[in-house]
Design a protein around this ligand. Structure first.
Ligand code: MF3
Ligand code: CO
Length: 247
């Protein structure tokens, strides 16, 4: 079932989205060579709670930490711990924030220090693919138009699209209907004003294939090449969309 949010629900989700954005800023401020992913997790957790919100991911289906940090060939759902950030790391930070029962979900990928042109382009083009996907959104558009835009752009950039994980509706759960694939499918879903979606392209420098680590969470690329991930929670409107997790 795809829920349409009331004006009151939209206000709560805008606030959850705003705190999500501010948490990303706070984590970014501390992201540097030598800091551990566990320390970044704790900074985010504290910031979220100081703002009368809770971290959506903690205990979600047993997930043990408050945010996800996925480095280099880790695609998504990396668990923060003792790992230290190194020069040239591609670091994806994924944050969920809950305010009065309503969630927001957003991810950014950063390069710490310096890396190759290939990897810089991977990150920049994955960021662009998110906005190109969002461009398809307005009342009456097909959900499949989002994925078509992302896939077309990824192909132009010679990047591959992860298919096993998709975007999703957001509301009183982090993951709601509908699925929002990052590739073209024949989804019959038509967008309506009041839907809230998380759009989240995961693009790989090498092949699209992935596997899950023994920790049952971390997703990695088969060929060990880097992956990037960007995500916004957006509200569908009559003539477009509004980003809830942006500036
Ligand atoms: N943004 C992530 C996703 O949509 C949320 C992961 S929830 C977690 O897949 F608990 F698994 F971390
Ligand atoms: Co998500």
């Amino acid at each position: 079932m795809i829920s349409l949010k009331s004006d009151r629900e939209i206000e709560l989700m805008k606030h959850a989205g705003h705190i999500n954005y501010l948490t990303h800023q706070e984590v970014k401020k501390h992201l540097r060579v030598g800091i551990t992913t566990g320390e970044l997790n704790d900074i985010a957790d504290k910031f979220i709670r100081n703002n009368e919100c809770t971290p959506s991911f903690l205990n979600y289906e047993g997930y043990p930490k408050s945010i996800c940090i996925s480095i280099n060939d880790e695609v998504v759902h990396g668990i923060p711990g003792n790992r230290k950030i190194k020069n040239g790391d591609v670091v994806s930070i994924d944050i969920g924030v809950c305010y009065k029962g309503y969630h927001s979900d957003s991810a950014n990928t950063y390069i710490v220090g310096s890396t190759s042109k290939d990897v810089e382009d991977l990150v920049e083009n994955t960021r662009k693919s998110l906005y190109i996907g969002l461009d398809a959104i307005k009342e009456g558009a097909k959900i499949s138009d989002i994925g078509r835009n992302i896939e077309d752009y990824a192909m132009k950039c010679n990047l591959s699209v992860v298919r096993e994980l998709v975007g999703h509706g957001v509301g009183t759960s982090v993951h709601e209907d509908p699925d929002v694939p990052n590739y073209y499918t024949k989804s019959p879903v038509i967008l309506k004003a009041g839907m809230v979606l998380a759009v989240e392209p995961m693009l790989n420098l090498g092949e699209r294939y992935i596997y899950m680590l023994d920790d049952d969470w971390t997703i990695k690329t088969d060929d060990e090449k880097p992956s990037a991930h960007f995500e916004h929670t957006v509200l569908v409107t009559k003539d477009g969309y509004e980003i809830l997790t942006g500036e």
